[in-house]
Design a protein around this ligand. Structure first.
Ligand SMILES: *Cc1c(COP(=O)(O)O)cnc(C)c1O
Length: 414
């Protein structure tokens, strides 16, 4: 029967290639296909694949013939059974050139992740985490969030009939708290930061029978975020840009993209130099930048974290060393930008290019400008900035002009 809405990526069974899981720090081996949290060392687990098997099973041409969405990359993903795919339409996000702001021959592109379900790239990670929770029979999930992750979890978990308990700092943007509730989760505001919310989840886990979906405390969010790297390389004709600016909180996306590029390289699908990975943070919460500057492999808890870019207000990251390893291995760097610069950068992009960035996305443009100014990046290098949520989720500058339609209008004054 012909169904105009059927997407063959979501209906066709494909071979899967997960072999096992591995501790990101110690490299010891864990079984896949059973519920796993952190490694024995208390660190994130990474999903390992038979990459030769993937390379033998598919070609770039075959991929190109499939619908352009996250599920195009099925063989690179952990979900075993097609029936466990929970989808809200994870489209391929566009690369938008900022041609007016480009200063040299290196192309300046924004990957606009705001187009995804729930308006942020958290959809990629939570979609995969929820599919795997479904596959592994989990029925109750709890999570701390600065907003967007909770919204994506709520949407996908509700769709999968999994109940969710979400804890946010009390100054989380209003829209996020409401969308979490509207999409069927139980949500509470907590008078602390995301790590304080994480403690509530950690301590409630036993008595409540929750699975803890905190960033990197389960293995599959990274696999969803990895599709940002697969998709970028695919969109650029299996090439990569010189530099990637990534707004870094828990760092799932940066870690995931670096994993994607390395898997593609090992399969022979990418040649030459991989992108320089740049971790962008806000000056009011920059633990990764501090660790990078001091040359340490782990980051210390950042005190009194504050920034307008709520999504990157993460005082301590379980995958700190994975972020720092990726930055160092890729000849990248970590950079902090002030809130004033973030706001000014967002205004410049929307006023000159007609492109509304979220504050975290604007932070990457501020960091790009500063890196050009201090010579760490040259205008001849191509750069991709990640705009990770739609700018419409955030408070916008006021616009208060009024007109009285009962009186003659002085058009010359407009
Ligand atoms: C979560 C989030 C980030 C940070 O992403 P990580 O991969 O967790 O570092 C950046 N921007 C926005 C809008 C977010 O919601």
């Amino acid at each position: 029967m012909q169904n105009h809405h059927s997407n063959s990526n979501l209906t066709t069974d494909r071979p899967t290639f997960v072999t096992h899981l591995e501790c990101g720090l110690e490299g010891d081996r864990y079984e896949s296909d059973v519920i796993q949290e952190l490694s024995k060392a208390g660190r994130p687990l990474l999903v390992k694949y038979d990459l030769e098997g993937i390379a033998a099973a598919i070609t770039k041409e075959e991929l190109a013939s499939r619908p352009a969405d996250l599920w195009r990359y099925r063989e690179f993903l952990p979900v075993r059974k097609t029936e466990n795919i929970v989808s809200l339409g994870e489209i391929q996000t566009p690369l938008i050139p900022l041609s007016k702001l480009q200063t040299g021959s290196g192309e300046l592109l924004v990957k606009d992740e705001g187009r995804l379900p729930t308006g942020s790239f958290k959809a990629r990670g939570l979609c995969l985490a929820v599919c795997m929770a479904k596959e592994l029979g989990i029925d109750k999930i709890a999570m701390p969030t600065n907003g967007n992750a909770g919204a994506a979890l709520a949407a996908y978990a509700t769709r999968a009939d999994i109940s969710t308990y979400v804890f946010c700092p009390d100054d989380t943007p209003e829209i996020n708290v409401r969308e979490i509730a509207a999409q069927g989760a139980k949500v509470w505001r907590v008078n602390g930061l995301i790590n304080d919310c994480g403690k509530i989840v950690g301590q409630g886990k036993e008595p409540m029978g929750w699975f803890d979906l905190s960033t990197l405390k389960e293995p599959y969010r990274i696999e969803g975020k990895k599709t940002m790297g697969l998709e970028l390389a695919d969109q650029l004709g299996w090439k990569v840009p010189d530099v990637i600016f990534y707004p870094t909180g828990g760092g799932t996306g940066l870690i995931g993209m670096w994993k994607a590029f390395n898997e593609l390289k090992e399969m022979g699908w990418l040649q030459g130099k991989l992108p320089r990975m740049v971790a962008v943070q806000a000056s009011g919460c920059a633990p990764i930048v501090k660790a990078w500057q001091e040359g340490t492999r782990h980051a210390e808890l950042w005190q009194d974290a504050h920034t307008v870019a709520a999504g990157i207000r993460v005082p301590v990251a379980a995958g700190d060393f994975l972020i720092l390893d990726a930055v160092r291995e890729s000849d990248g760097f970590a950079i902090a930008v002030d809130d004033d610069a973030i706001i000014a950068a967002g205004e410049e992009v929307s006023q000159k290019e007609g492109f509304l960035m979220c504050p975290e996305g604007a932070a990457t443009y501020a960091a790009y400008q500063q890196s050009l100014a201090n010579g760490t990046v040259s205008p001849e290098q191509s750069a991709v900035l990640y705009n990770c949520a739609t700018g419409l989720k955030y408070e916008l500058p006021r616009a208060d002009q009024t007109l009285d339609c009962t009186k003659p209008i002085d058009y010359s004054s407009l």
